[in-house]
Design a protein around this ligand. Structure first.
Ligand SMILES: *Cc1c(COP(=O)(O)O)cnc(C)c1O
Length: 435
């Protein structure tokens, strides 16, 4: 796979460069030069295949020129060693549970695959590489987990002080060893800006090679393509039915991967960008005006993003055409109150426990289906386990959410975080002095 920068089509790189570098020096994002068409029988076979085998088959087509088959098999079986169930909720809808990995959120898919991809490419260079991550919660924990104790790799995670859940903070700030946690006195967008500045700083890069594992790294997006194909294969289909997928969105990596799956030939007919009250993209999809407002704090806090970094990739996928994008993607924003009500109602009516992010997907899916005929069916992505947001979920359902053992284990570990002001010179000094 070769890639170009969204800011300059003639700046082209190999997959290895794109993965190790994270983003191009010109501030664009790497984007595949060609998106091949997957054979139709692959989609039929997806109905019977287990997830890691399906992932391997797709990965061989997309990445087979860059990585030998045996190494790809190690990556897919190693990264995806947990279940990926699609649970029917009623005759028309189902939920794709993406939270069965070690940090109980969908970012485990991208982070675990990327860690293996980076280690594969970095291994032959004989140097140390530092992964920079800005997180609004789940990215940081998934990346820290994905790279923990991987030789030759270090991770520096920046997170907004007081704006991520206690469990998320425990999963980021208690690992130690090759994982450093920086607690920034600012917002997620501040953290993201600091990371971008560090990656663009040539002087710093010469002294301490840096890369990123944010959703802007193409190596994180690729594995997210696999589960859209898997979900489609698992849906009960009557003939002629059309399919819609609702995607809880913050930085829009997940939705970008879904649209890429469609470009690969996956017959999903429509996507819904489901946001919380940070509604930049739903507003854009109505009027074609991209106008980010200041970030709003919400109860679905992993989606508290006002200026999503993957929006340029979505545009690229849609031929930089507003009408093209609006024709295949709807947008729906849910305020906190609607999210709370959905958690309450879905538990009461169906006995299913939503987390606040999945709830935004559920709401958006039904808003769409209510306006369409019975020839539509759909699924939404459950991006986090409800136990990660127990303080929001429990009052709505009136009982305790059972805490999975792998989450409980985090809660008693001591925290080691370094406080950082939201100013680039402070970050640079830290990176140079802590080498
Ligand atoms: C990161 C995250 C999202 C948003 O995903 P994007 O790919 O950034 O749009 C949604 N839900 C949860 C739980 C997340 O952690």
């Amino acid at each position: 796979m070769n890639l170009y920068s969204t800011k300059n089509r003639s700046l082209q790189v190999s997959l290895e460069q794109a993965v190790l570098q994270g983003m191009p020096a010109d501030g664009g994002l790497f984007f595949p030069l060609q998106i091949p068409r997957l054979p139709d029988d692959l989609f039929q076979d997806a109905k019977k295949m287990e997830f890691p085998q399906l992932a391997l088959r797709v990965a061989r087509i997309l990445l087979g020129d860059d990585i030998p088959g045996a190494a790809l098999e190690e990556m897919t079986t190693g990264a995806f060693d947990f279940p990926v169930p699609l649970i029917p909720l009623d005759g028309r809808t189902a939920v794709l549970e993406l939270f069965h990995g070690p940090t109980l959120a969908f970012k485990d898919f991208g982070a675990r695959f990327l860690a293996r991809l980076m280690a594969f490419f970095n291994h032959r260079k004989g140097r140390e590489l530092t992964v920079m991550v800005a997180t609004s919660g789940d990215t940081g924990s998934a990346v820290a987990q994905g790279f923990y104790r991987v030789p030759g790799m270090k991770v520096v995670v920046l997170y907004p002080e007081g704006r991520i859940s206690p469990v998320q903070e425990q999963q980021i700030a208690t690992l130690g060893e090759n994982i450093t946690a920086l607690e920034v006195a600012g917002s997620f967008d501040d953290c993201q800006k600091l990371v971008k500045q560090s990656l663009a700083d040539g002087e710093l890069q010469r002294k301490r090679p840096l890369t990123t594992a944010n959703s802007i790294n193409i190596g994180r997006l690729i594995p997210q393509i696999f589960y859209y194909i898997h979900a489609w294969g698992r849906l009960e289909a009557s003939r002629g039915q059309k399919t819609v997928a609702a995607v809880p969105s913050g930085n829009f990596g997940n939705l970008t991967a879904g649209v890429m799956a469609r470009r690969l030939g996956l017959p999903i007919d429509r996507f819904i960008a489901a946001t919380n009250s940070n509604d930049t993209v739903p507003r854009y999809l109505r009027d074609g005006q991209y106008r980010p407002l200041p970030v709003r704090v919400s109860i679905a806090n992993a989606m508290d993003v006002a200026d999503p970094s993957n929006f340029v990739r979505l545009l690229e996928l849609c031929g930089s055409d507003f009408h093209g994008m609006a024709g295949e993607i709807r947008g729906y924003a849910s305020p906190d109150e609607a999210i709370r009500r959905a958690i309450h109602d879905v538990f009461l009516q169906k006995g299913y426990i939503l987390d606040p992010h999945g709830a935004a997907g559920y709401i958006a899916l039904w808003k769409f289906l209510e306006g369409e005929g019975d020839d539509w069916r759909g699924f939404f992505l459950a991006t986090a386990h409800p136990a990660k947001f127990a303080e929001i979920v429990e009052p709505e359902i009136g009982r305790a959410v059972p805490i999975p053992e792998r989450l409980q284990a985090w809660l008693n570990r001591p925290k080691h975080a370094v406080a950082l002001p939201p100013a680039y010179p402070a970050l640079k000094e830290f990176l140079l002095s802590s080498r």
